[in-house]
Design a protein around this ligand. Structure first.
Ligand SMILES: [Zn+2]
Ligand SMILES: [Zn+2]
Length: 400
């Protein structure tokens, strides 16, 4: 009779529970040498910490000891109900750690920097190389139909170490990874989020409607909106209007560079909010707007804040939150709004993002304050609940 690892695990679990112990108390100390731990999503709303032997690292592989990983909206979305159908899997794609083993065939990172044991590493997205977009539009790798990333790969018997919610992760040659020794743990955990907004900045610039003197409105002050505000501020935009319903988040928006504020709790009607925005823009409306909420009503409203001849970047709907209504006459045609979408980023934008993070640090922008809650591996269910409750801003797993 074959007994697979899952069955062994359940036998161990039942023996432990008969002894009065639990799996998690058995896992309270650090993993034994040669062992790695992962927080595996085994059912909706159920992370289980599992321990596996660290596999032999081949000539084309890297073993990283994980230091931490940001919790992304995508992780929470998958945790809530497995919309991608990936269970079981190890989530976490905003991770970073230190190289502890390096295969001899790997001598440089994805931008050609030499790579060594002891270096700090982050991973980025991986394009398939063979879809229509990869073949014919390789300048837009974010539009790959099969874009992959560590942390969104279904678990398999050959490799359990393929997500960052773990003590160790195995990286393979052919994927994308960058040495980032000069960035702090917080900066490295925010790098992926910052890549999203760095890409959105580039998308906004394509409209020709985003300039140093633009009055830019950012709707939604969750992690994406707040990082967008910081990105605009560091890029040199002086006038940034933040729209949100949470006073604490608006306060954070101010610390990151926002100069005008609309709290929709205080101004519940669209007319009031439009009047407030016009009051801050010489009666015209915003020159440019970033829509950073996943709310269909907000996605409709945003057009009303923009002046005739302005621009808009829609980046809030990373998942399908439904449809919204616009009036093509008033909202688009008559206003000649230049509208652009923004979807993730390409790995080639990581070096640009690192430059943004360094510049933000030099300017004293307190980006690291975006990380408000830190959880160990055995509390990832709590981490997801905390994200959903919107108590904090950015939640992170930090290794013990
Ligand atoms: Zn993410
Ligand atoms: Zn592709």
């Amino acid at each position: 009779m074959d007994i697979n690892a899952n069955e062994i695990e359940s036998i161990v679990r039942s023996v432990l529970s008969q002894m009065g112990g639990t799996t998690s108390s058995a896992f309270s100390a650090a993993p034994a040498p040669g062992m790695a731990r992962v927080a595996m999503l085994t059912a909706a709303k159920q992370f289980e910490v599992k321990e596996f032997p660290i596999p032999a690292i081949g000539d084309d592989e890297i073993l990283v000891k994980v230091e931490g990983c940001g919790v992304c909206g995508t992780d929470v979305h998958e945790w809530k109900g497995d919309p991608f159908g990936y269970i079981p899997l190890v989530l976490g794609h905003e991770g970073t750690g230190e190289i502890v083993q390096l295969g001899k065939n790997i001598t440089q990172d994805s931008q050609g920097k030499p790579i060594h044991v002891g270096d700090k590493l982050v991973t980025s997205v991986i394009s398939c190389g063979h879809c229509h977009n990869c073949l014919l539009h390789p300048d837009s790798p974010q539009l790959c139909e099969n874009q992959g990333v560590y942390g969104l790969i279904p678990d398999n018997e050959k490799n359990h170490l393929c997500g960052w919610f773990s003590t160790h992760i195995r990286i393979t040659k052919g994927s994308t990874f960058f040495v980032v020794n000069d960035l702090s743990l917080e900066q490295r955990m925010l790098l992926e989020l910052a890549a999203v907004t760095t890409h959105a900045l580039e998308q906004g610039k394509k409209t020709g409607r985003l300039h140093f003197d633009s009055k830019v409105l950012v709707q939604g002050c969750g992690p994406v909106g707040l990082m967008m505000i910081a990105t605009l501020h560091v890029a040199g935009v002086d006038s940034i209007i933040a729209v949100d319903g949470n006073a604490k988040r608006l306060e954070m928006a101010k610390r990151l560079g926002a100069t005008g504020f609309v709290n929709f709790k205080d101004q519940p009607t669209l007319e009031q909010r439009v009047a407030a925005v016009k009051g801050m823009t010489m009666g015209a409306g915003a020159d440019f707007a970033y829509q950073c909420t996943g709310n269909p009503g907000a996605a409709s409203d945003v057009y009303k804040y923009i002046r005739r001849g302005g621009g808009l970047c829609e980046m809030g709907f990373f998942v399908n939150n439904g449809e919204c209504t616009i009036n093509p006459h008033f909202d688009l045609c008559n206003k000649e709004i230049m509208l652009v979408g923004s979807w993730t980023y390409g790995a080639h934008e990581y070096p640009i993002t690192m430059a943004f993070l360094r510049r933000a640090k030099a300017m004293g922008v307190p980006l690291e304050e975006l990380i408000t809650h830190r959880f160990p591996l055995d509390q990832m269910n709590e981490a997801m609940e905390t994200n959903l409750s919107q108590q904090g801003i950015k939640i992170a797993y930090v290794a013990e």
